[in-house]
Write a protein that binds this ligand. Sequence first.
Ligand code: SF4
Length: 524
Amino acid sequence: MESKVFEKLTVLGESAKYDVSCSSSGHARVNVGRIGSAACAGICHTWTADGRCVSLLKVLMSNDCAYDCKYCVNRRSAGGKRRTFEPRELADVTIEFYRRNYIEGLFLSSAVLVSPDHTAERMYECLWLLREVYGFAGYIHSKVIPGTSPELLTQIGLVTDRLSVNIELPSEDSLTRLAPQKKATAIFTPMRQILKTQYEQKTLKSAGNMKRLRPAGLDISIGDGSLADIMDREGGAGRAHSLVSDGRRRNYREKFAPAGQTTQMIIGASPESDRQIVHMSEALYRRFSMKRVYYSAYIPVASGPELPSLLTPPPLGREHRLYQADWLLRFYGFSAEEILPEDEPNLEYDLDPKVVWALRNLSFFPVEVNKASEEELLRIPGVGTTSALRIMRQRKIAAVMYDDLKKIGVVLKRARFFLTCSGKYYGDIPFEPAPLRRALGGGEKAQISLFETMVPAALGGPSPGVEALGNAAAEREAGGGTTPGATASGSSIAEREAGGGSIPARPGFGGSGSFSALVNEGTA
Ligand code: SF4
């Protein structure tokens, strides 16, 4: 690899590590001067829906940003090296890495180079080269720069598997204060376009063949930048709009972002409560059918009166609890209001949100495992989606005994306080909030302060109250997600890049903790 390209890759791979909307792990394999050294090239690992680990090249097209978001290392007013890939350079690097078996896919993001459309055109050019010229059929996840025109977004969606538009901050106030050039409308409009286009694609017969198919008599969103609209304006069936060259024709079966869309929120740079964040996530899942909302613990990279001090450690504990709450939303049937009611603005430091909900709702327990519905089983702390399913299956053959529960995968150190097995209760303490709280590891009821963190002992901090940081299996049983290590922790990752949320989109749902623009401006 040319040294110039290698230097760009080093700088732009490093700059991309702050974006966690593609799961990634810390990669520290160093083989200086030897074949196979990929540590500094921005290669990250992610997990597919079936649990397979894949490597992605995670890189920015450019870090030369025209915007000045106060929390960002690439902001215009920051120092540091500025580098920009030529589209062909990056396509060549990607395909060469792929041929050498370093990577199986690409995660492409970018700072705003000149303007959103200018950046998007370069990204599209690179992705088009990969798909059309090199015949690359691997996984591609592309960022959408807020403000990108609908036509360009459509083109990019047709050559990528997954798209993501970062919401960045949980409220419009914070967005205005910390990222003044970013507008809520510019963020929610592309989210809506992605949702709409996917919906249209699913509605049409032979999805994936949209450039050839225009549904007779069906007027799909004329003038709104939707795929059908763009195809129409480009001359209808048989001719795809291309910003790069009219002569370019796709020779593969097209689908618009078949792996859906994700987004990312920065946690700890602004003063929103966990309640606001969880409500916002719920609204994003329901309103835009997000596959994932990622939470990125803010790493102080800039000083200023509106930001936490440079000495503030990244709020990894808070991020971890938010992933657990997110898991409850997506897989356990909880609502944001159940996880954090009005009088509880923040998640607790010591206990995971599912345990906290159980302690708040003791009248619901104990649950009889041989009679409860699957939904009821999922409410028991220590019972995960897999163990609930296994209990349901086992019950068809014979009653589930207490000794079976551990083999089934139930985490008994939590679950035994909240269930009965054939009528017998196995918690050996009074069934009251205070003793239960103590037995489950909770101290005096304490919430995580907005900028406080639990620094893992390995990083020199106090012992975290989270027993399962880095223990993905236990977290899942607890209704928890995991902490992407890319931000700072380097811990193991079980976030599923290709996995999906389970909250169905509800077009009429306005969400309750969201930007009012999420509902109104974004639906224009
Ligand atoms: S637009 Fe993106 S890259 Fe540019 S300063 Fe803002 S967050 Fe950073």
